[in-house]
Ligand binder design. Structure first.
Ligand SMILES: [Zn+2]
Ligand SMILES: [Zn+2]
Length: 208
């Protein structure tokens, strides 16, 4: 019989396990060699078009598929309680990742963690998509030496997050030490095509 501590530890391990998978998927699948793999295609479209997020049903299906394989295996090896606890920790962290990633794009930061998360993620989007792969934690970028030390993130005006800007279209004072707008807000077919090409090739979008 497992103790409460063991069950909690299995849940914590599941959460940590998700953050590692988040990093590995993001680095080696979404930004991997093939741009046409299902996860890569959707993710690079998100880079080209920052308000695009892969449909929820695709994510739900992927989570269900992973759970269907991993849960019975874990239960067989560790017993039902630890297996379920690990899987619950893993899935909770995955759901949190989805929420935190989307909110980074749609809502302004609140507190130091929100600020770090946005600076890191938008540096990943706009400075170097091959680094800063961790969305919820910097740990794996530190471990695998892909950290993206950025003082001030240069945001192409046409791709700017809505929360960053005031009514006059300039960066709000509260974020001026973290972000600067570059280029024009021209978002015609040519710039869209160029942004798509850059995203497919894991390059940052042009700053004209
Ligand atoms: Zn993003
Ligand atoms: Zn990415």
């Amino acid at each position: 019989m497992q103790t409460g501590i063991e069950v909690l530890a299995a849940g914590a391990l599941g959460s940590a396990g998700w953050t590692l998978l988040e990093y590995v998927l993001h680095r080696f699948v979404f930004h991997g060699a093939s741009a046409t793999r299902i996860g890569a295609r959707e993710h690079r479209r998100h880079h080209a078009q920052v308000d695009y997020f892969a449909p929820a049903w695709q994510k739900g299906l992927a989570a269900l598929g992973v759970t269907a394989v991993v849960l019975p295996l874990l239960v067989a090896v560790t017993g039902a309680l630890l297996g379920i606890s690990f899987t619950a920790g893993f899935l909770t962290m995955y759901a949190l990742y989805e929420i935190l990633h989307r909110r980074a794009h749609t809502h302004p930061p609140r507190g130091p963690y929100g600020r770090w998360r946005r600076r890191n993620h938008f540096a990943h989007h706009f400075v170097d998509p091959r680094r800063g792969q961790g969305v919820t934690t910097p740990v794996w970028d530190v471990v695998f030496r892909t950290r993206l030390p950025v003082e001030i993130v240069r945001v192409p005006r046409r791709l700017a997050m809505p929360w960053l800007l005031g009514e006059d279209g300039a960066v709000l004072g509260a974020y001026a030490k973290d972000y600067v707008l570059v280029g024009t807000d021209r978002a015609d077919d040519d710039t869209r095509r160029a942004d798509t090409r850059a995203a497919m090739e894991n390059r940052s979008p042009a700053t004209y």
